[in-house]
Design a protein around this ligand. Sequence first.
Ligand SMILES: Cc1ncc(COP(=O)(O)O)c(C=O)c1O
Length: 346
Amino acid sequence: MSGHTRETERLVDLRSDTVTRPTPGMREAMARADVGDDVFGDDPTVNRLQERVAELLGKEAALFVPSGTMANLCAVLALTRPGDAVILSDDAHPFNYESGNLAMVAGVLPRTIPAQHGILNPEAVREAIIRTEDHHFAQTTLIEIENTTNRGGGAIYPIETAADIFALARENGLRVHCDGARVFNAVVESDVPLEEYAKHCDTISFCFSKGLGAPVGSILAGDAETIDRAHRFRKMLGGGMRQAGVLAAAALYALDHHVDRLREDHRRAREFRATLEGTKGLAFPIPSPTNIVYIEVANAPRKVLSLQKRGVLVKATSPTRIRVVFHLDITDEGISKAVKAFQQTA
Ligand SMILES: Cc1ncc(COP(=O)(O)O)c(C=O)c1O
């Protein structure tokens, strides 16, 4: 764990799109929020957010939760039983970065498959499905997809691929959960409507606390019965929040003001990458269609420290790979500073 709070003002923090701080307008909306006890279902702002998101996604119901991790976990708990197998990419967030909760909390068997840029290939999914009366086998009951993909460089699910996977799931009596932590990045970049992405899964979650710039909160949507089950699991996991309207107000503000501007993050990511492409000692191993850029270097931890000395924060995701993420708090000046720091340390 590390903290950079004291120096935040002069640092260009590209470690993640989760580092954004609420804007003055968002803080004002939070201060004005009408609130109640959401564990009793009494918070009008949370209720408004849930209804609005359900409608946006074309789902029956939605549930506000503290984090993307809890949204994914509630979905898995609501859609599976312990001992079931869940198919997901070996780059998927829950498999890599959710502290083993699939095994420890949901008690499911992750059946991971290799996937280019984190996008599952429907044929590979078909081969991994196990539905049999033979009691040797864990039964596959769920497929998880991620849109956009974090470890896949912000890759966008082609809508046809999402549709094929959902059709395959239906054919085999399986459910599909979409971890749409950054689904709005997919929407603005692809021009595929949100509802269209949501149509090809049983449940979908997204985060307000990433590119959308809210301080806390994610949401899970699906049919009423599944969301009711998820509501019980949210309580069980300690995720029932009381006057959560102050957070829901930030989320509503983000939906009103911070969706279209995600295009700016994508433009900055493209410009940053284009300027540095060809620089000695830096390679770009995968495409960067949205706000995440991966850079291959000889010694990532050493590079991270050299950049930090120049006021630029990035994350090493492997001994030779660095992740750079663009967001609301990054300006064009910030990009220039980051580019210069990369050039000086190359
Ligand atoms: C694709 C994806 N899913 C889920 C999460 C988890 O979100 P949280 O950090 O709010 O638990 C993240 C966080 O970075 C993510 O990138």
